[in-house]
Every structure is written in C-alpha cells, then in structure tokens.
Design a protein around this ligand. Structure first.
Ligand SMILES: Nc1ncnc2c1ncn2[C@@H]1O[C@H](COP(=O)(O)OP(=O)(O)OP(=O)(O)O)[C@@H](O)[C@H]1O
Ligand SMILES: [Mg+2]
Length: 202
C-alpha cells in the first residue's frame, strides 16, 4: 500500500507486465449499500474522465489502464518520480523553478475549463526528467467558470504555505507563470482577491 485516506487506498500493482498503481474507493458502512456502490462507481468514473481530459489538454497525468466500476478502482501508470512535497522538502532551493512549472500547468488546465479541486504539493509528481505530473482529480470538475479557478488557486496558496512554511515568495513565481499562460488571467486574480476578502470579513 502506498497511501490510505478517508475515501480509499492506493496500491502498487502490475498491469500487462507494466508497473502500475491501483486506486480503490472503499465502501462506506454508513451508506445504504446500493447507493454507496453507485456513488463510488460514479466518483471513480468522474476521476478517470478528468485525468483523461487533462491529458488531452496537454497536461501530464497518469495513463489510465483500466477503470473497474464494480470494484470502484482505477488502474493507472505508476509515474516514476517523487511528489512535489517530498522534492521541495529535499530541495527548497529549487522552489522557484518548480512553482513556475506548476503555474504553467494549472493555467493550461484552467484554459481547458478544468479545475483540479485539491491542489496540494502531494497531488503532483515531479518526474525523473523534471516534468510535472498532476494526480488525484477526485475533487475536480470540468466546464468550470472563474469562481472554481479562483478557489483552486486560493487552496493551493494555503496548502503550499502550510506544507512548506519556510519557503518564502515561491507563490509569487507560481502566480507570475500562471498569468503568462492563462487567458483573461486578470479575471481570475480579481476572483482570488474576492475570495480572500470574503474569508476575512465573514
Ligand atoms: N499514478 C501514480 N503514480 C505514482 N504515485 C502515485 C500515483 N497515484 C497516486 N500516487 C501516490 O499515492 C498518493 C495518494 O494518491 P492520491 O492522491 O490519488 O490519493 P488520495 O489523496 O488518498 O485520494 P483522495 O483524495 O481521492 O482520497 C500520492 O500522493 C502519490 O504519492
Ligand atoms: Mg491525494
């Protein structure tokens, strides 16, 4: 087992001789079994769809090998590398470059009207050839508007500084790279400010 969370677990496996990862949504005892099956199966399909859509938009995501709607699992490529969280813990001096990679990728994702929904440095893998790969689209959505984009960015800012409290100013590099690639980036930046103000006064 690689990870175990509230919603399920991730295991190493193999698929047709390739190294693979399987992500399984485990049953929830408090739900009526039939409803539980439907919810888990719907969520795993939605996650697989977003991983594919993001990939079609030119963002590196794991290749999906199989989606099992009965077991509620996704079998996907085991991306060779380390999470951005682990990488930045070892190489904080490289934060500016990595934040720029993240900014460009999230801008591309948003240009395709997809939000990730859970942007943390544990949901990104830095590959051996120094490319960024986005994983864990379980909270994502497509056909989104500027509000969801703003929430994505605000959540990443909070997650970034709580995971990497000693890395200063890196978020500015993220924003700079994001704005260079995102169309109508001012709208998103205004929305981020609005979300912050909301948090401050309510
Ligand atoms: N395709 C993959 N290749 C390599 N490592 C992966 C892959 N998928 C997941 N991992 C590893 O497993 C961890 C957990 O995976 P993921 O983020 O998808 O699950 P989760 O956070 O438990 O899920 P959820 O938020 O949907 O409950 C990741 O942080 C990463 O270290
Ligand atoms: Mg995760």
């Amino acid at each position: 087992m690689v990870a175990s969370g509230a919603e399920g677990s991730v295991y190493r496996t193999s698929y047709l001789g390739r190294r693979a990862m399987v992500k399984i949504r485990s049953p929830k005892q408090y739900r009526i079994p039939e409803l539980d099956r439907r919810i888990r199966s719907q969520r795993i399909r939605a996650e697989a769809r977003l991983i594919r859509e993001a990939r079609s938009a030119g963002i590196r995501t794991p290749i999906i090998y199989d989606v099992d709607t009965k077991e509620c699992s996704i079998t996907m490529e085991d991306v060779d590398g380390m999470t951005v969280k682990a990488y930045l813990d070892q190489h904080p001096e490289d934060a500016e470059r990595v934040c720029r990679l993240i900014g460009t990728d999230i801008a591309r994702l948003h240009n395709s009207k997809i939000c990730h929904g859970d942007l943390t440095t544990s949901n990104m893998i830095l590959t051996k050839d120094s490319r960024l790969c986005l994983i864990d689209f379980s909270m994502g959505a497509s056909l989104i508007g500027v509000e969801d984009m703003g929430v994505d960015i605000r959540l990443l800012e909070r997650a970034f500084y709580s995971a990497h409290p000693t890395i200063k100013n890196a978020f500015g590099d993220f924003i700079d790279a994001y704005c260079r690639t995102k169309t109508d980036s001012k709208q998103v930046m205004d929305k981020v400010q609005e979300i912050k103000d909301r948090g401050r006064y309510t």
